[in-house]
Ligand binder design. Structure first.
Ligand code: ITT
Length: 202
């Protein structure tokens, strides 16, 4: 049995990643999350890009726990804001910001700009063994920010992100529907295909 560690402290991501890696996608693989492990210090996420930060997290936890690790660095890029909040999405409204704080700040910052507020969710997933990154993949989904949040699913900016071509916000989709189209779903499916090709996962 191979142990695979999901190197994230975001419970919304854990739920989606478990859905993406479960249901027979992986054989002989036990999927663990950081919450199941002994606590270790977080890495400093000081990369300037999504791939930098995904690698930092995957390498940090792979070395600390001596396990194969998958990390994801993701965020929202808004055209009118020149691509912000980007890699700073988790802490847009400050170091202790909640999802609600971040959404409020985003809508405040977008207020002066004419709609539509075009945006995209971006994700880079990295897989590492202790000391080396063995696979990396990305995903992107287009949409627009709406001024009044809708839906109770997902996490983060999902209630204000209207998914292109669906008429629904990400928060109005079930986890399965979100995983089918999301930035994270795309990245993880590519990552898993690569790892299977390499014979690293069954
Ligand atoms: P870990 O680093 O522990 O994985 P994190 O939440 O800090 O958790 P990131 O640094 O990758 O992770 O920041 C991602 C942020 O981008 C996240 O907190 C949300 O604010 C936003 N985000 C990413 N994917 C999202 C999604 O699917 N739906 C809504 N918001 C998302």
């Amino acid at each position: 049995m191979i142990k695979l560690l999901l190197a994230t402290k975001n419970r919304g991501k854990v739920q989606e990643l478990r859905g993406l890696l479960g249901l027979g996608v992986l054989k002989n693989v036990e999927v663990k999350a950081l919450f199941d492990m002994q606590h270790i210090k977080d890495p400093e996420e000081n990369g300037k890009t999504f791939p930098d930060n995904a690698r930092i997290k995957a390498l940090h936890y792979a070395a600390a726990h001596r396990l194969m690790c998958i990390a994801d660095d993701s965020g929202l890029m808004v055209d009118a804001l020149g691509g912000r909040p980007g890699v700073h999405s988790a802490r847009y409204a400050g170091p202790q910001a909640t999802d609600r704080d971040n959404n409020a700040m985003l809508l405040e910052d977008l207020n002066p700009y004419p709609r539509p507020w075009k945006a995209a969710f971006v994700c880079v997933a990295a897989c590492a063994l202790p000391g080396r990154v063995i696979a990396e993949a990305d995903g992107r989904v287009a949409g627009e920010i709406i001024p009044v949040p809708r839906g109770a699913g997902g996490f983060g900016y999902d209630p204000v992100f209207l998914v292109e071509g669906t008429g629904k916000t990400m928060a109005e989709l079930s986890t399965e529907e979100k995983n089918r189209i999301s930035h994270r779903g795309q990245a993880i499916r590519k990552l898993v295909a690569d790892l299977k090709n390499q014979g690293m996962l069954g």
